[in-house]
Write a protein that binds this ligand. Structure first.
Ligand code: FES
Ligand code: FES
Length: 155
């Protein structure tokens, strides 16, 4: 196993240096090294989507993403300063869309990435969410209301 070494990356607009082994999952770096607990730990198997962040603007899961692969790149978490993400957080809050909080942060990251990519079609958005995220609480109706609110505002 390779020894720890320093890695430079940008997280939520801030330049950070993390010293860790190259195969360390980015999820661990965010939560354990940087204290960004908004990025949730779920299945750790790439199935639930709760660990989703933006990597150079694209929604990606971080539980099996190795640190070496994000060197020099930009990561934005649910705690980040993106104006689109701020709108998404507000809409989800207004609709009280979270139940247990396991899934919702990751879902908001995918929704905001899709909005930034210009997705305005409800079906396309829901299909992507269905593929990438798992909600065990049945909070979907409230999330859908938040998404509708966002799509109406973005139309
Ligand atoms: S914790 Fe990463 S996909 Fe479930
Ligand atoms: S709100 Fe609990 S899993 Fe989605």
């Amino acid at each position: 196993m390779d020894d720890p070494r320093p890695y430079d990356l940008t997280v939520d607009g801030r330049a950070v240096r993390v010293t860790a082994r190259p195969d360390t999952p980015v999820l661990s770096v965010l939560r354990d090294d940087l204290g960004l607990l908004g990025t949730r730990t779920g299945c750790l198997q790439g199935r639930c989507g709760s660990c989703t962040v933006h990597l150079d603007g694209k929604a990606v899961q971080t539980c099996s993403l190795p640190l070496w692969s994000v060197e020099g790149r930009r990561i934005d978490t649910v705690e980040g300063p993106s104006p689109t993400l701020a709108r998404v957080r507000e809409a989800f809050l207004e609709e009280q869309a979270a139940q247990c909080g396991y899934c919702v942060n990751g879902i908001m990251m995918t929704v905001s990435a899709l909005l930034d990519e210009g997705v305005r079609d409800r079906s396309e958005m829901l299909e992507t969410l269905d593929e990438r995220h798992l909600c065990r609480c049945g909070a979907h109706p409230r999330m859908l209301r938040a998404i509708d609110r966002l799509l109406e505002g973005a139309a």
